[in-house]
Design a protein around this ligand. Structure first.
Ligand code: NAD
Ligand code: GLY
Length: 373
């Protein structure tokens, strides 16, 4: 790595998974450019899954473009938000597919952020035991993380992303222009997942982010294009080694053990996923330091980056009576937990990560320190 040698906004990244390999196309005005649609899956019908916010902004453009490739193009509009990432919304997709008599010759298009992407992917994995799908991610978070790698899921009230499948898309179209309409808070949430890649895999990328965070906050297209590309490259490298998370892929969950507890404990949607991950990464860095794996200077460096990205640093109190107990109980439902033992992605050293357990007393210290600033 790692410097954007060109001032290009146009990149492509390949996810190498044998016969399930696919391309990620990154650029401006992809939705409006006929060339973007050249390598789509062949089918007779296309069904766009989206939400009212994104449908209003980009639904027509995608529909018009897809009409040149498919005999019929239908749209399913799901309610907007993390709190709707559930069975009821998933069923609305199946209702529409069956209502339109969609057969196996159907391709689904996920037009939206990670919530739409994860649900559409799960629907594609299970409708008639599997139909192809394409990701058209419209949030920064979805472009740098959730649209890539084939994790699909819905939430359960007792745990985040607990019901799902590994199922790869056949193409990912990251149109940087759609990020112009993204609310500030959502932009910051996406930055959290970008920041994640530095400590776990690429120190030089962390340095690049420190130098270019203001350009990203200002939505400079060249900086955004490079950040999306480098994030996808790192994710592709990890997923290419361990598609189904039997090992190294777990490092992509840096910050997520604490973060998922925050999301579930606060009620899905109260904290954005990226906000919880940002705060959770600093908590995981504190735990890494408490175990002697990194020094305090790294914790402060990461905290500064998270704060500059306008993400929260103070963790929420989840239970006034027994806050530590509540965090521990929620973290035991994490998918990395084994036999009730909580596992954390810890930095060891900067630029590498490993998955470990830690003594409850140290975890409690981190929770107490993080909840009180
Ligand atoms: P989101 O999908 O809820 O989108 C955030 C908000 O932005 C929504 O209100 C949406 O309507 C709006 N929006 C989307 N695109 C817009 C645009 N271009 N302009 C204006 N508004 C727009 O949230 P998210 O942060 O994209 O995704 C979070 C979800 O992703 C979580 O459920 C998380 O678990 C999941 N996730 C999955 C993976 C994975 O590997 N599958 C990885 C990371 C996160
Ligand atoms: N976002 C974590 C993963 O894709 O594995």
């Amino acid at each position: 790595m790692t410097s954007p040698h060109s001032d290009s906004t146009s990149h492509s990244v390949n996810i190498d998974l044998g016969d399930r390999s696919y391309g990620i196309v990154i650029g401006t005005d992809l939705l409006g450019d006929a060339a973007s649609y050249a390598a789509l899956p062949r089918a007779t019908s296309a069904v766009i899954v989206t939400n009212p916010t994104v449908a209003g902004l980009y639904g027509d453009r995608l529909t018009q473009a897809l009409k040149a490739h498919y005999l019929s193009v239908h749209t399913v509009v799901l309610p907007d938000g993390e709190s709707y990432k559930n069975w009821e919304s998933l069923n609305l997709i199946f209702d529409a597919l069956l209502g339109h008599q969609c057969d196996r010759n159907t391709v689904l298009f996920a037009l939206g952020g990670g919530v739409i992407g994860d649900m559409t992917g799960f629907a594609a994995a299970s409708y008639m035991r599997g139909v192809p799908f394409v990701q058209v991610p419209t949030t920064l978070l979805a472009q740098v993380d959730s649209s890539v790698g084939g994790k699909t899921a819905i939430n359960h009230p007792m745990g985040k992303n607990m019901i799902g499948a590994f199922y790869q898309p056949q193409r990912v179209l990251c149109d940087l222009d759609v990020l112009k309409t993204l609310p500030e808070r959502e932009l910051s949430a996406g930055l959290a997942e970008i920041i994640k890649y530095g400590p776990i895999a690429d120190v030089a990328f962390m340095e690049w982010l420190e130098a270019n965070l203001d350009a990203l906050l200002a939505r400079d297209p060249v900086a955004l294009a490079f950040a999306v590309r480098r994030s996808c490259e790192i994710k592709a490298w990890v997923v290419g080694q361990d598609e189904r998370e039997s090992g190294v892929r777990a490092i992509l969950n840096f910050g997520h053990t604490f973060g998922h507890a925050i999301e579930a404990g606060m009620g899905y949607g109260a904290w954005l996923h990226g906000e919880a991950v940002g705060c959770g990464m600093v908590m995981a860095a504190r735990l890494s330091a408490a175990l002697g794996l990194v020094d305090q200077a790294f914790v402060e460096r990461l905290a500064q980056l998270v704060q500059r990205a306008r993400l929260p640093l103070v963790a929420p109190v989840l239970d006034e009576q027994d806050n530590v107990g509540r965090y521990l109980a929620l973290m035991r439902v994490d998918k990395k937990a084994e036999g009730g033992a909580i596992k954390f992605v810890l930095i060891d050293p900067i630029g590498r990560a490993s998955v470990r357990s830690a003594p409850d007393a140290l975890v409690a210290d981190v929770i107490n320190a993080s909840c009180h600033g």
